[in-house]
Write a protein that binds this ligand. Structure first.
Ligand code: LFR
Length: 471
């Protein structure tokens, strides 16, 4: 048996998950779960890095109490990063994308490059949270921090650095920055030059599977390798999908990534018009997808009610939704209104008033609005992906937390009029574990890895039923 540890930093929680590989199957065991709530540091919404690093240590300790661990890999969401000074120390705390104020910067992008050129050079969907825009805003509003910076490390690279003392930029997480070339998947010289950035700040890009080093001796965990997994959680999740190309996926967590895996980027007019992104997956594949808001609004609603003393589980929430027979309003889940933490009920009411729809009142109606609006967004996005790729897809692989809800999977099947294949739910952790096992020589390649996923998890199928969302 070989055991490896995946440290997965999601928005609803951070987790330590041990992947136990034996007899061609992987068993995932959660050994530690902790909150990953942002903090305010110098008035900026930020990552609580020191606290989170101590949670990695707890994760290691708990895992080692039960298993012999060969290696560890860290994955996180994309775009966020820390700044390292000339002494190798972190400058302040890394900003959290939900708090970044890049709107003004975005209005001035055309001083540096045309939007078309920016898209052609990076392949990335233009989102205000992208690393490039965050970096430009630091240069503008916090020049002292910017000019002290010697290296920029994406958050998962930063944790790796804290664990090993070594700096590198893993390719998949680097591809969320709007600073990489979609073909070479290396740092884009053009972007660096056009925006007058210092190329020395960007550590060399390494492939997933690189063994970065071992955990520093001073941390006292024995000899454990740190491996650059697909550190972008989306890339890890896609890797774990047990499917043959071409396939369509929805990686459904706080965000919903709706897309497909390709051998090459797509930068045609339609891709730009639909704001579809090209990110780097394992083995330099391209994840051609749209970053849509995901269960974020549901998670926030759940928090809103909890703050009012109504603490419901997701099972209770979906039961409530299923019992809600009223038609409810539909919102654009990607509207800026829903971006930041806060009371989603007020914002949904505001939206439904502005769009002259029925105003939800009861909890079931608010949750139903969020779920149905999401499913609607997926259907629209799938049309866009089909239009931009020229492919048509009969089924959708739904992975991640959202795949655990039968109600939601059935709704997605109904609204998109396609079969839904649900699972694995722990897609990101599974992908993280798979790359470590490939790097250690336990699994030969990604095809074998995907076969192992099929043997290890149950995939549930949902066929579409006829429904109508609005009269
Ligand atoms: C998903 C994800 C998306 C990225 C968003 C913000 O967790 O990594 O891929 O666009 O978070 O970084």
């Amino acid at each position: 048996m070989t055991n490896v540890l995946a440290m997965d930093f999601g928005a609803s929680s951070g987790r330590a998950i041990v992947g136990c590989f034996e007899n061609g199957k992987i068993n995932l065991v959660e050994t530690h779960r902790f909150a990953n709530d942002p903090i305010y540091f110098e008035d900026k919404l930020s990552w609580d890095i020191d606290q989170l690093f101590s949670q990695i240590k707890v994760g290691l300790k708990n895992s080692l109490a039960k298993y012999e661990i060969t290696s560890l890999g860290v994955d996180t969401w994309g775009v966020d990063f820390g700044l390292i000074d000339e002494y190798g120390d972190l400058i302040g705390m890394p900003m959290h994308y939900r708090g970044v104020k890049t709107e003004k910067i975005l209005t001035r992008i055309s001083d540096f490059i045309s939007l078309q050129d920016l898209y052609d050079s990076t392949g990335n969907q233009i989102m205000k949270i992208n690393t490039l825009f965050q970096l430009l805003s630091i240069r503008e509003y916090y020049p002292d921090q910017y000019f002290k910076t010697r290296k920029i490390l994406m958050i998962s690279d930063l944790f790796n650095y804290m664990l090993t003392g070594r700096m590198a930029s893993e390719r998949s997480i680097a591809s969320t920055t709007q600073l990489t070339n979609p073909y070479s998947k290396d740092w884009s010289k053009k972007i660096i030059e056009n925006f007058n950035l210092n190329a020395q700040m960007l550590p060399p890009i390494v492939n997933e599977g690189t063994q970065l080093g071992s955990i520093r001796k001073s941390l006292n965990f024995g000899d454990i390798k740190v491996i650059n997994v697909c550190q972008h959680d989306t890339a890890s999740a896609v890797l774990s999908i047990p499917a043959q190309k071409p396939f369509l996926f929805i990686s459904c967590g706080t965000w919903s990534l709706v897309g497909t895996e390709l051998d090459h980027p797509i930068l045609n007019k339609k891709a730009l018009e639909y704001n579809l992104t090209n990110e780097s997956g394992f083995d330099k594949t391209t994840e051609f997808l749209k970053n849509c808001t995901g269960l974020w609004i549901v998670q926030e609603l759940k928090r809103n009610y909890q703050a009012d003393g109504m603490a419901w589980s997701y099972e209770q929430i979906t039961k409530m939704v299923e019992e809600t027979t009223n038609k409810t309003c539909l919102i654009d889940t990607d509207d800026d209104l829903f971006n930041e933490p806060g009371d989603m009920r007020q914002r949904i009411v505001q939206y439904s008033k502005a769009t002259q729809q029925a105003i939800p009142e009861h909890p079931g109606e608010f949750f139903k609005c969020a779920y149905e609006s999401l499913a609607q967004k997926y259907a629209e996005t799938i049309d866009e992906i089909e239009d931009a790729t020229g492919e048509s897809y009969q089924e959708i692989h739904v992975v991640g937390g959202g795949s655990k809800s039968d109600y939601f999977c059935q709704l997605i099947a109904n609204v998109t009029k396609r079969n839904v294949l649900a699972g694995p739910a722990e897609a990101t952790a599974m992908g993280n574990v798979l790359i470590q096992l490939i790097s250690l020589g336990e699994i030969s390649d990604v095809s074998e890895a995907r076969r192992i996923v099929s043997n290890s998890v149950t995939i549930k199928k949902f066929a579409p039923l006829k429904i109508k969302l609005v009269e």
